[in-house]
Ligand binder design. Structure first.
Ligand SMILES: [Fe+2]
Length: 347
């Protein structure tokens, strides 16, 4: 059986620091897999022993082999297994490609050229494996990666992260002043594989302490500029501020990538990779503290989005019957690209 097209994209599924010496089970699109550490790197296999279907994630790693908890079958990173009781029996477990980037463990299934061709007849049968997504910006440092599991399907969660109309009501510090929403400058454009949105308007009020720390004040011009990509589904944001009268840029700016990782139909893991352009302080400990505050601010704002999206009366991806406004124009564009580029359904 051909595996789902979605599994061919690179997905960040786990923070590296959350994987110890014991194997760990993760779920992607309803498919359980086991991730484990060996002396030569990370391995990821389907979480079912091909012998008698025990969960390999209940096992342990011995001499760089993942050992099944039931009858002790031993598997290497490529999924090749042998039986201690019947040495002539060989068993193979499907293995996943694994990568480590921005503190996260990424996996993808090699669907093979033929599988991709079956699903997307227009695609070349020599389709190459997608590269890891590109993140980062000159002058910006990676300062943390956050994970939030949201009890909502992919589309309504992406919808939330693709408009700023909810920022006055839903967010604490992040976003625009409520009285400026109607006149906010919002532009969007789309090409074959991406959708870009640029927003410009007055920043909502910020407590004095945060203003002092980051130099951004309520009423400064906030520019939220993002691009939505679809292999995997993720958004790359550039967020900065300008002085409202002079237009002079304010030093602190933020660059982030938000990845949408479907655990199953009803739950989506959000992985947020955060970058800052703030120069490291010479005072010991200050840098770590400022980074911690920034991560804390982002964590809180994402949790506010999470709370709102989890409380939708209807989390269906279907847009029929909704009453969309000027901020929602890209929603249909996302749907089309999620279907074609992420799910591999011909247009
Ligand atoms: Fe939000």
């Amino acid at each position: 059986m051909t595996p789902p097209f979605e599994l061919g994209h690179w997905h960040p599924i786990l923070l590296d620091r959350d994987l110890g010496s014991r194997p760990k089970r993760v779920t992607l699109h309803g498919q359980d897999l086991v991730v484990f550490r060996t002396s030569t790197g990370l391995g990821a296999l389907d979480d079912t022993c091909p012998h008698r279907r025990a969960r390999l994630s209940d096992g342990r790693v011995v001499a760089d082999r993942l050992v099944c908890p039931y009858h002790g079958f031993r598997f290497d990173k490529a999924g090749l297994g042998e039986s201690p009781g019947t040495p002539t029996v060989r068993a193979a477990c499907r293995s996943w490609q694994v990568a480590l980037a921005w503190d996260a463990i990424w996996v993808r299934l090699d669907l093979g050229a033929q599988a991709l061709h079956d699903l997307t007849p227009d695609a070349s049968p020599t389709h190459k494996a997608p590269p890891l997504p590109t993140l980062g910006r000159p002058g910006f440092r990676h300062i943390g990666t956050l994970v939030h599991d949201v009890a909502a399907p992919l589309e309504p969660l992406v919808d939330n992260f693709c408009e700023v109309e909810h920022t006055p009501t839903t967010h604490a510090l992040f976003g625009y002043r409520e009285d400026a929403l109607a006149t906010l400058d919002v532009r969007w454009s789309a090409d074959d594989t991406t959708v870009r949105v640029q927003n410009r308007g007055p920043q909502k009020p910020i407590p004095a302490l945060v203003s002092r720390l980051f130099g951004v004040r309520g009423g400064d011009t906030f520019i939220d500029d993002w691009v939505v990509h679809f292999s995997p589904v993720h958004i790359v944001y550039d967020q900065g501020w300008e002085h409202p009268e002079t237009g002079a840029p304010i030093a602190d700016a933020v660059h982030l990538g938000v990845f949408f990782v479907p655990i199953d139909r009803d739950e989506t893991r959000l992985v947020t990779v955060l970058f800052s352009n703030r120069a490291p302080s010479r005072l010991p400990g200050v840098d770590a503290l400022v980074q911690q505050i920034l991560r804390g601010i982002v964590d809180r704002e994402v949790r506010l989005d999470q709370r709102q999206v989890e409380r939708l009366a209807d989390p269906s991806p279907d847009l029929r019957g909704t009453r969309l406004g000027r901020f929602d124009a890209p929603l249909r564009e996302h749907r089309k690209r999620i279907d074609r580029l992420y799910r591999g359904r011909p247009a």
